[in-house]
Structures are given as C-alpha cells and as structure tokens.
Design a protein around this ligand. Structure first.
Ligand SMILES: C[S@@+](CC[C@H](N)C(=O)[O-])C[C@H]1O[C@@H](n2cnc3c(N)ncnc32)[C@H](O)[C@@H]1O
Length: 232
C-alpha cells in the first residue's frame, strides 16, 4: 500500500513536552533492552524489517550499511552477495548481534562497529545503500542521521527507513503525544514525525505502509543531495 507524502516543511519542534534523548540516554536504554529486545520487539517489528531488507536486496550494489543494527535481527535476511556493515551506539545490543553472526555463520556481515550514526568514521560514498530500521525515532537528532547517511552513501544510492511515524490526528495522536515525555525511559520518541527526519528537499521515491495495521512505514529516498553537492 502506498502513502501520500505528508507536509515535510512542518517545523519539527513540538508544542508539547518531549524529553531529550541524548547518546547517554540511548546507551542506558538499550543496555536495559538488550537482553529482552528480541522477545519484546522482534515479533511486532518483523514485517517492516522483512520489507526493508527485501527492498535492499532488490537494489543494485553490494555495499550495505545498516545503522542502529541492534541485536542484528535483520542480518540473516540479506542476500549473501551483499556485503553488510552494521553500526550501533549500544555495546550490549552489538554483542547480541555478534553472537547471532557467529551462531548462524553470517559471512556476508563484514563488520559490526560501535559508532554514532550521526558522526560516522566512513569516507564519503562508501556504501550503495544505507538502511535504518526502527532507529530514526531513537537517534538524538534524526536530521543529522539523514545527513550523515547521505554523506556515506554514493551519489544516486538509496537511503531506506522503516519506522513508526506519529499519527497526525485521532486517538493514536493523543496517545503518542501523552507518551512523548517518556522518551528517555522508552529509548525512542513516540511522537516522531516524518518531518523530524526529512526536509522538503528529500527525494522520496516511495512510502509503503507495513503491517501490523499500517503501524510502520517503509520510506525509500534517492540520495540526490550528494549528487547536487558534487555537481556544485
Ligand atoms: C529500536 S532499536 C532497532 C534495532 C534494529 N534496527 C532492529 O530492527 O531491531 C534502535 C537501535 O538504534 C541504536 N541507536 C540509537 N541511536 C544511535 C546512534 N546515534 N548511532 C548508532 N546507533 C544508534 C540503539 O542503540 C538501538 O540498538
């Protein structure tokens, strides 16, 4: 199911209380979640994760960056000709991912690196594709994440995101706004909107609602800004 693009020119600043999620709060939250993450979130998020990796597998190019790789739930799903590097802020989540790679013999995973996705050590254009699954609403600054993913992906490459984006009205909007001050405890922003991630210049190629009940959206963006920057 495709979706229409919401207004990306909206000011991401909120008129309600949103707790700041800094890198320390993210590390603390995912230190707590690491042991139970797969059991608590693995099921509900599996549809979106499957769709995102299937989309990555269809794209040209082999160099894939997964930001916020977490416990590595997506890693077994990549085609074996992809060369996958995962980064995450949380040592404990990465440890689970490393155990998975070893247990399942995932030789297409080239590296799992403790690194801040808002400031990555990779050279410009190092990857064909970058994908962030359920991570954009967790990072302290989603626009900085997008800019950094754009930098490390080659011009014309693809950026993919699967995430829950806040409702724009109705009961779900009310619940999400009410939960917003709990961000530091939860480890994500319940009121995260697409305009928190993308500005009006992003070249959105598709928006696809994912089960259950369209709760998550797969967003695919062409890395056009880097093309413009190189041409300038
Ligand atoms: C909700 S989990 C998603 C994990 C995985 N992508 C999945 O599909 O299950 C979010 C992950 O993003 C990581 N994260 C948050 N901010 C980050 C940052 N700035 N740089 C790297 N990883 C980050 C967290 O540590 C956590 O492992």
């Amino acid at each position: 199911m495709s979706r229409t693009l919401p207004d990306l020119t909206a000011d991401p600043a909120r008129d309600h209380k949103r707790a700041v999620l800094d890198a320390g709060a993210v590390r603390d939250a995912y230190r707590r979640w690491a042991g139970v993450y797969d059991a608590v979130f693995g099921g509900v998020s599996s549809f979106g994760r499957k769709r995102a990796v299937a989309a990555v597998n269809r794209l040209p190019g082999t160099r894939v960056l997964e930001v916020g790789v977490g416990t590595g739930l997506a890693l077994p799903r990549y085609r074996r000709d992809k060369r996958v590097v995962g980064v995450d802020l949380s040592r404990e989540m990465l440890e689970k991912a490393r155990e998975r790679v070893a247990a399942e013999g995932l030789t297409h995973v080239e590296g799992l690196v403790e690194m801040d996705a808002e400031r990555m050590a990779f050279a410009d254009g190092s990857f064909d594709v970058a994908v962030a699954m359920f991570t954009a609403s967790v990072v302290p600054n989603a626009r900085a994440l997008f800019a950094e993913m754009s930098r490390v992906v080659r011009p014309g490459g693809q950026l993919l995101f699967v995430n829950h984006f806040a409702a724009q009205d109705g009961p779900r909007w009310w619940v999400e706004r009410t939960m917003a001050p709990l961000s530091r405890v939860l480890g994500w922003h319940p009121d995260f909107a697409l305009s928190d991630l993308l500005d009006g210049e992003a070249e959105v190629e598709s928006l696809e609602a994912c089960p259950p009940a369209g709760l998550f959206t797969l967003v695919q963006v062409r890395n056009a800004r880097a093309v413009q920057a190189l041409a300038a």
